[in-house]
Design a protein around this ligand. Structure first.
Ligand code: TYD
Length: 207
């Protein structure tokens, strides 16, 4: 595929949304066609599934249901938006992608890794990001950036849950040191942005 697929991952409040937007602005200025999107979400169907997933009223949702809804949202997103954009040669930036399922539903909810891997392959049509930035920060710093009364269903999970998510991301990163770039999210915004651009250039994909 001609395009380039960049994903951002990390615990709640790590700053990845800010970085995804900064990267988009930078790439557009450099003359690239860019699609910035997010998970769960993207096209209308995926956004509707997002609402079900994040609704605090759905506290009885089973881990199995949760996994399948994230994946349903993802398959629509990947097939309807991401793959067509990549085929047109665009750069796609997604604020979260399937590594979030490995960290949240896998490491934190303890769903079997083999099952998740199989469903990921199915839901993504085998698409793998070219580069994934994991913005790592201590959980308490991330959560302190979220207003408690506005927290959604996942954000309202315990500290222990979010610690498992953080560790999950760090463990996944060790599986492929070329694709995953761990970034210290405590550094300032501009410094992180520079590091991100530098890493993408190192991959030889930008002039
Ligand atoms: P969102 O408000 O987009 O959070 P953030 O700004 O932190 O990205 O909500 C997405 C939530 O869904 C977040 O808590 C992480 C969770 N999530 C999963 O549990 N599994 C997944 O596969 C994805 C994509 C997200």
């Amino acid at each position: 595929m001609a395009g380039f697929f960049i994903t951002f991952e990390g615990v709640e409040g790590c700053g990845k949304t800010t970085q995804a937007k900064l990267l988009r602005e930078y790439l557009i200025k450099e003359g690239y066609q860019v699609l910035l999107t997010r998970e769960p979400g993207g096209p209308g169907i995926s956004e509707k599934i997002r609402n079900i997933l994040l609704d605090k009223g759905n506290s009885e949702m089973l881990p199995e249901t949760e996994l399948l809804l994230y994946m349903a949202s993802r398959s629509q997103h990947t097939g309807q938006w991401i793959i067509p954009a990549l085929q047109k040669g665009e750069i796609v930036i997604s604020d979260r992608y399937y590594d979030s399922s490995l960290a949240y539903q896998g490491a934190a909810r303890k769903i079997n890794r083999n099952i998740i891997d199989i469903i990921i392959r199915y839901a993504t049509f085998g698409l793998v990001p070219d580069i994934t930035f994991i913005i790592d920060i201590p959980v308490e710093i991330g959560l302190s950036r979220i207003t408690a009364n506005l927290a959604d269903r996942l954000e309202s999970e315990t500290m222990a849950f979010h610690e498992k998510v953080r560790q999950g991301f760090l463990d996944i990163a060790r599986e492929d040191e070329k694709r995953y770039i761990i970034i210290d999210g405590r550094k300032d915004i501009d410094e992180i942005h520079e590091q991100i651009i530098h890493s993408i250039k190192l991959q030889g994909r930008l002039q």
